[in-house]
Each structure stands twice: as structure tokens, then as C-alpha cells.
Design a protein around this ligand. Sequence first.
Ligand code: SF4
Length: 394
Amino acid sequence: MGDGSQPSVGSSRRATKGAASSSSPTNPRPEVERGWWSGSLAMRSCSHWTWDCFALVIGNEQSSSRPNVSEQESEPPNEGNGSKRRKRDGRIPLERFGWKYLSVTNLSQQAWCEQQVVYGMELPHIQQLREEVPVVRAGSCLHLARELEVHDIVPINVESREDSWAVKILNLLSMIPFLQAGEHVRELPVFGELEGILVVGVVDELRYNSKGELELRELKTRRQRTFPSAAQKKSHHLQVSIYKLLFEAMIKGQLNKDVLTQHLHLQTEQPLGSEVLVHAHKVGFTVNTFGDLLDLMLLNLTYAEILDVDTMTIEYCHQADASVIGTEVVPFEEEWVKSELKHYCSFWKGQREAKGVDIEEAWKCRYCDFADICQWRQSKSEEATQKNRANQSK
Ligand code: SF4
């Protein structure tokens, strides 16, 4: 899954909910009023929703730390030692890997071990082997099962990179009326610029809880029937907090069209492919080009009047039988999230070298696929040996 060349389109089983639409997205109504998208002009009943192709993008997000490679400049080079390579060619890591954006997963995994993320990019074949492990597949299946509770997945052909993004946007647009109606949505695409880098993610679920608060939920599967360690929780907390930041910036109209097109090198005048157009028209969107759809998305997000996320919850499930281990409510600590983001993004912008784990967290290396080749681990081990020798000779 996940290269974007054969994405999939889903059809909602919830049926007969209207989708936001525009009579002429290239000429959006300037005097947009509350709820204009749900008026007679915009509201259309349709039993076939385009939940589509982001199913593939989701698969990529959830099963891998690597963004959708086909949308990047090139396959990540197999370099062996990232820091040496950076010094040689002068490119920052983001450029060196040929990537236009980072996934939220990349950033949250940096909280576990940044060097591991880098190795995962430099040596993707090792990580791909890991993705074939049955327990990892079981986690992906559980996510997919939840997703299929609310919509089907149907393949759709895309003809350009603009089409791939158009499908994500169509899915996002389709979810807005559900949120406005107080219903829950799953696999909601979020994106935006953080620390000068485009960051892309998929929120597992947004729903309203019994208090009427908007709740962002993330599903985590566990091999053991226990809660994760504090170190894993830190990574999970960062992940949901970044989702909240991205989502709220989107609904506050802070998403900038130029940011998307410039980071992704997409052409607004690119006509949408035939299958994408068919689906867009089926759900009531009168669009022709990628730029039309971007305008429509920005208008809908800005005027959707969806409230901020009140609560963030992580649900831990056992992989073997999908039983719930427990849930954790995550406090949103804005200063902490922003400072973590600044730190992690500084690596991608070439402002510092990648870091492995500190000696106190060396236990993480026992579970790492790259332990045998990790230069960080080797240098820390040599440092420790030298220190011991020095202590003994005193
Ligand atoms: Fe990080 Fe340890 Fe793995 Fe190296 S061996 S990448 S320091 S977890």
C-alpha cells in the first residue's frame, strides 16, 4: 500500500449525508455565511462518498515511518552514514532524502530515537522486513477494521501527483459535514507547516464525547496486555499533540494554499484526472483543476465553524484479540509540544546532527533493528569503556 499510483476510493455506509460543494470553486463566494455549504446549493445526497485513496496514504502512515515515497523527489539513498553524507554534499537531511514533507509519525518517533528514524530512512529494507512481522501486521489490521466500520474502500486511478493530493482533500471535505453534524469521523487527513516544514498526518478518530466535547482519539495496539513505558508514552503524546496543532490550524483558516503547492511542487492549474473528477462530481463538487479543489477546501475549512479539540485520548488495545487494555487522556502542553517540534525539526533543517539515545535509555537499543550497525551506539559504548578504564586506573 501507499505509493499513490493506485489509490482507493471508499463509499460511506452512512449514506445520504450531504457533502460540501461549490458551484464555481474558481470564483468562491466572497460573502460566505455560516452554513452556506449546507444550503440548497451545496447539499446533495449521495450514497457514494469519496473516502478513497487516502486509505493507501493511511496505510503508509500507520505501517511505516516513511512518508509516501512516490510523492517525494526520489527514493531515499542508501548512504550508511547520514552525517558524513550531509557534510559531503551540503544538503540538509530533508533534501538529502528527497522529501517534500514529514509525517507526524516521523516526528513522534524521533522522541523515541532520532537516529533510529534516520536509519529507517537510509536503510528502508530493514524496516520493511519489520513491517512483515505478524504482530505489526495485526496492528495494521485492527486499524483497518475500525476504518471499515464507517466506510468502504474503493480503488481509484490517479494520473498525477495533484490527483493523489486531490483524493486526500476530497476525503477531508467529505468529513466536514459529519463533524458539523456532531458525528464521528475516522482517518481524517491533516497537514500544515510547522517550523517551516510541511507535516502530514492522519487522525485516527474525531468524535464528540458525552460532554459534547470534541475528542481526538488515537488507537495504539500492544503486543503485551500492558500500558506502554513512559518513553513510548512520550512519543504517543507528541503524536496526538501535533495532530491537534495541525487540525486546529486548518479549521482556523491558517492553512495557506501557497505553502502546500510550494512544499509539494504541485501545479494549481493541473486538470484533475478523469476518475478523480467523476468522484468529485458525484459528491457534488464542481471542480476542474487541482487549484479549484484547494480553494474549495480552504473555504470549507475556514467557514466550517468546527470547534477546537477539547480532549485527546489514546486507546491501547491488545493485538491478539483487539480487547481494550485501557485509555489515557493526554494533557495538551502547548509549550512542550512546540519546543519538541523546534528541536526535532532542527535536525531536518540541517541545524544539527542526528542523536541516538542517551546512556540512561540504552535499553531501547535492545529492541532496535539497527543495533548491530548503529554508530551512535558504538561510540557511546566506546566512551563508556574508556570511562571505566580511566576510573579503574585512578
Ligand atoms: Fe537508536 Fe540505539 Fe537503535 Fe542506535 S541502536 S538507532 S541509538 S535505539
